[in-house]
Design a protein around this ligand. Structure first.
Ligand code: NZQ
Ligand code: ZN
Length: 381
């Protein structure tokens, strides 16, 4: 194990009806002006918005709405939210949605109390926020695990950049699988694939062979695949959704990262693909992973063989990657760029720009060159 510091910033309330318990315990700790933040309207259709509003007014809160947070939230939306917080002297932000809403609010929280532009502060000066308006998260679509960490992924449209900005970790999170029941099946599966990707990307970073974090990562991969298969049989299987909801949080709450490096190269490529195309995150990952893994298979043969056995019950590293690709197909997730919903036509020129602008991870299994990333992306066409 390498040296590490670990703490849980977020108190989790898990299970059906847990919002009640969370609000009872948590709302008394925050001021009366609450920003209720949500996405494009799913919470209004499924009744979660009304429930939240009722709970907040019963707790004596004055509510200001922050609506329309889009999938792949933009930097402009962050600035809009921060301005709203300042204008209404908001004491607490309740983020109700998937990873996009939660991420946007984490950065709104930090930006609202800063004099300077948060992107410039983090990327030009290397300074990270130490304060923010408290945030609570009510997760309505799982997969990213965004509710249990301080990192957010934001699209800065003017810079054609999508990447991490450190904000405020939620002080509490409500994980009620019942809230996910209205999520469209394809989003349920792409969210779960994102979880699988997080566990795989952490596992493939450098670690000692007997590192416990690897064993936990493999267990999460296996459990994610088992429960995704359960959902293929019955998309409304509440227990499977509940298992996946906790897999999602476990994969990104930092526990898998203890004492080891991580890889996350597929994520870095996908984020820039998202910057150019606005594609769905989990679906972009599904397209990239098999091609990327075939490129690095020989750089971590034992790890690939172990994943093949534990997760897909295959005897060789190569068969494991084939099984991963077949599993993606079995889920109906895209395996080619042409299957992604994109705001632009995905041409070799677009992919060259993705390869030339994505972050390169300088650790194991192997550092890729930009030309090799371009090659990988072309193989996904
Ligand atoms: O906007 P609404 O109308 O709410 O609809 C959303 C959205 O269209 C819908 N949805 C959410 N809950 C629903 C629902 N529809 C019906 N019923 C419900 N209960 O689902 C769609 C997708 O939502 P979104 O939040 O975008 O999905 P996800 O949770 O996959 O989040 C993706 C974002 O998280 C980032 C991604 O890059 C992407 O921007 N990530 C954040 C990470 C983190 N902070 O740790 C890690 C990840 O690797 C990832 O990069
Ligand atoms: Zn992800």
């Amino acid at each position: 194990m390498n040296k590490f510091t670990f703490s849980y910033p977020t108190k989790v309330y898990f299970g059906q009806g847990s919002a009640e318990q969370a609000f009872e315990a948590e709302l008394g700790k925050v001021g009366e002006r609450v920003m209720l933040a949500y996405g494009g309207g799913s919470v209004k259709k499924n009744g979660i918005y009304d429930q939240m509003k009722e709970k907040l007014s019963l707790a004596g809160k004055k509510v200001v709405d922050f609506s329309g947070i889009m999938p792949n939230p933009t930097y402009a939306k962050v600035q809009e939210g921060a301005a709203l917080v300042r204008e209404h002297h908001v004491d607490f932000i309740l983020a109700v949605g998937g990873g996009s809403v939660v991420d946007c609010c984490k950065v709104v929280s930090a930006q609202a109390v800063l004099e300077e532009d948060i992107w410039s502060m983090e990327y030009e000066k290397g300074i990270f926020p130490i304060a923010g308006i408290p945030v609570g998260a009510v997760v309505t679509a799982s997969g990213t695990g965004a509710e249990m960490n301080a990192g957010a992924v934001i699209t800065y449209e003017e810079k054609t950049w999508k990447g991490a900005i450190l904000g405020t970790a939620p002080s509490f999170a409500v994980l009620d699988p019942a809230y996910t029941m209205s999520v469209p099946p394809m989003q349920v599966l792409s969210g779960a694939f994102d979880t699988l990707s997080h566990a795989m990307e952490t596992y493939f970073g450098a670690s000692d062979a007997d590192n416990v974090s690897d064993d936990v990562a493999l267990a999460i991969m296996r459990n994610t695949v088992v429960n995704m298969r359960r959902l293929l049989g019955d998309i409304n299987d509440m227990q499977a959704r509940s298992n996946l909801m906790w897999d999602s949080a476990m994969a990104e709450n930092g526990i898998l990262k203890c004492g080891r490096l991580t890889d996350f190269q597929a994520h870095q490529i996908e984020h820039q693909l998202g910057a150019y195309t606005d594609c769905n995150h989990g679906q972009g990952l599904a397209v990239i992973h098999p091609a990327y893994y075939r490129h690095i298979l020989k750089d971590a043969p034992e790890k690939f063989a172990r994943m093949a056995k534990v997760v897909f019950d295959q005897d060789t590293a190569e068969a494991g990657v084939d099984a991963l690709e077949n599993f993606i197909k079995e889920c109906g997730l895209p395996t080619k760029m042409s299957q992604l919903h994109s705001t632009v036509e995905i041409t070799p020129e677009v992919l060259r720009k993705v390869a030339d602008t994505c972050n390169i991870i300088r650790c194991n299994p192997r550092e890729l060159s930009r030309d090799e990333i371009y090659e990988i992306l072309l193989e996904c066409m």
